[in-house]
Design a protein around this ligand. Structure first.
Ligand SMILES: Nc1ncnc2c1ncn2[C@@H]1O[C@H](COP(=O)(O)OP(=O)(O)OP(=O)(O)O)[C@@H](O)[C@H]1O
Ligand SMILES: [Mg+2]
Length: 489
């Protein structure tokens, strides 16, 4: 501080000396040496010139200061001033150097922060553009802020074309029937499969997942839409279905011949061949029939997945179907020492509106399951209950039962209860899945009641044929069958 004060005084003193010297020197000289006025004027002129020279010399650092400021402001941040005048100019120079030092440090750190921010942004952009799902970010007015590369491909628009435009003008998402607008899908945890229509009517099936980002206005980011392209997956799924269908059909024909020939041979030659040969051929016959059931199941699943499982409903004698199935499975029950019983209802059973072949498949699976999952000595009972609108069928057994946690998955494709008791039985886990699809196609319901160790009850309903509903429902079923494809089995 003392140094600074000294500097200030020095400049003042220098200027004061110059002023005093230039003003009084001619007069003092004139006073002591008796000079002529002309000579005094000459001395005054010389003294003024000396004063100007001294002033210029004193103020010389000012030019240096101005020059340095310009150089610094032109971007040369390393430029520093070297003034050693010992006055305010030296102080100003030192202050300038201090300021330049701090400023260049601040600018350098800002630049490195900027470089980091740019690198981060580039990394983020790279990540977003390499994501195979489409990502669209919207602001609070549902206008597009950002569109990644995958979205550009899905929608057909590029970022510059749509930036700032309302999302509802750019892409159109359709559920089966209606258009889904942004006010519907821009909300927390929206997750739906939809048809996306983009530029020039470009259509893609997508899974749309939306999340609300933030409620703060500063970010102006309201909603992120993720579009997952399903077309490739659908293509693969279609290829898989085609392969299963083709392979099953190719296997079905020779297998039908094998089962047929073996059945005829065994029937005609039971007495002509040895017991050992008969047993061996009978085992081959049973295995071939199991394979046939598996292939039929695979074909059925294939049709369900293609939405081509069709039914041909007609007024059906439900009791006759139940009796036929019980008859067919009687030997299986007897082999396991299981009592198989069909209880006839007290009143006459009205006809149900059902497809006899499909209904028979359902009942066969339920009764076969009941026998398979009941230990020897148990009981399987089939009963029917009638109401004015429907017939309810109950297949109950005294078998091993089903754990509570497995019940919600029981009608899923390939689901099998995984405990050791159940694993002892062979199966593919398709029977109940197919049964459910058939019963629902026939406008019925199917469900289960069971407890481990206490047996199981499988129940399903079918609509009864009334005078008016029979014709009406038949039409409804027929049109449904035609819509979904050919009436094939
Ligand atoms: N009556 C029953 N008692 C106990 N468990 C059962 C019964 N019925 C079905 N289940 C369980 O449900 C699973 C699915 O049955 P589903 O009929 O779909 O397949 P599966 O019998 O294993 O094979 P398949 O495709 O040959 O019918 C069975 O694996 C079994 O674990
Ligand atoms: Mg089964």
């Amino acid at each position: 501080m003392q140094q600074e004060a000294k500097h200030k005084k020095t400049l003042h003193l220098k200027i004061a000396f110059v002023v005093i010297f230039s003003t009084f020197s001619p007069f003092i000289l004139g006073l002591f040496i008796h000079l002529t006025p002309l000579f005094i004027l000459l001395v005054a002129a010389v003294s003024a010139s000396c004063s100007i020279a001294i002033l210029l010399w004193v103020l010389r650092p000012l030019g240096n200061l101005i020059e340095s400021t310009k150089t610094f402001s032109d971007g040369n941040l390393n430029h520093r001033i070297d003034i050693r005048s010992g006055d305010e100019f030296e102080e100003a120079g030192n202050s300038f150097n201090l300021m330049a030092e701090k400023l260049s440090k601040t600018i350098q750190s800002m630049e490195s922060e900027r470089a980091i921010a740019i690198a981060e942004k580039n990394k983020f952009d790279e990540i977003l553009s390499s994501i195979i799902d489409g990502i669209i970010a919207l602001d609070f007015n549902k206008n597009i802020i950002f569109l990644n590369k995958a979205s550009e491909q899905l929608t057909g628009y590029n970022q510059t074309e749509v930036q700032g435009k309302s999302i509802d003008q750019v892409i159109h998402l359709f559920s089966d029937t209606d258009e889904i607008l942004s006010k519907t899908y821009c909300r927390e945890n929206f997750n739906q499969t939809a048809k996306l229509i983009g530029k020039m009517g470009k259509q893609t099936k997508v899974k749309t997942i939306t999340t609300q980002v933030s409620t703060t206005v500063q970010t102006n980011l309201s909603c992120i839409i993720i579009l997952h392209d399903l077309s490739r997956e659908e293509e693969l799924e279609q290829m898989k279905l085609d392969f299963v269908s083709m392979a099953s059909h190719e296997l079905k024909t020779p297998l039908t011949s094998i089962v047929g020939y073996l059945s005829v041979f065994l029937e005609e030659n039971q007495k002509n061949i040895s017991k050992e040969s008969f047993n061996l051929l009978n085992k081959a016959f049973t295995a071939a029939k199991q394979l046939q059931t598996l292939i039929t199941n695979l074909l059925n699943v294939n049709k369900i997945e293609r939405e081509q499982l069709s039914v041909s409903p007609e007024p059906t004698d439900h009791l006759a179907i139940l009796a036929k199935v019980v008859d067919d499975l009687r030997s299986l029950a007897t082999q396991k020492s299981i009592v198989l019983n069909l209880s006839h209802p007290a009143q006459t059973l009205p006809k149900v509106l059902a497809d006899p072949i499909r209904l028979s498949e359902v009942v066969t699976n339920l009764v076969a399951n009941a026998i398979n999952y009941t230990n020897p000595g148990g009981k399987v009972e089939i009963a029917v209950k009638v109401s004015p609108v429907e017939v309810e069928t109950v297949v109950s057994d005294t078998g091993i039962g089903i754990p509570k946690e497995a019940i919600p998955h029981l009608f899923n494709k390939f689901f099998r209860v995984s405990n050791t008791e159940q694993k002892a039985n062979k199966g593919t886990g398709l029977g109940l899945y197919i049964s459910k699809s058939i019963i629902e196609k026939l406008h019925g319901k199917i469900w289960v009641e069971s407890e481990p160790g206490k047996g199981s009850k499988f129940l399903f309903t079918l609509p009864v044929v009334t005078q008016s509903s029979g014709i009406l429902d038949s039409r409804q079923f027929t049109s449904q069958a035609f819509q979904s494809g050919t009436l094939n089995y």
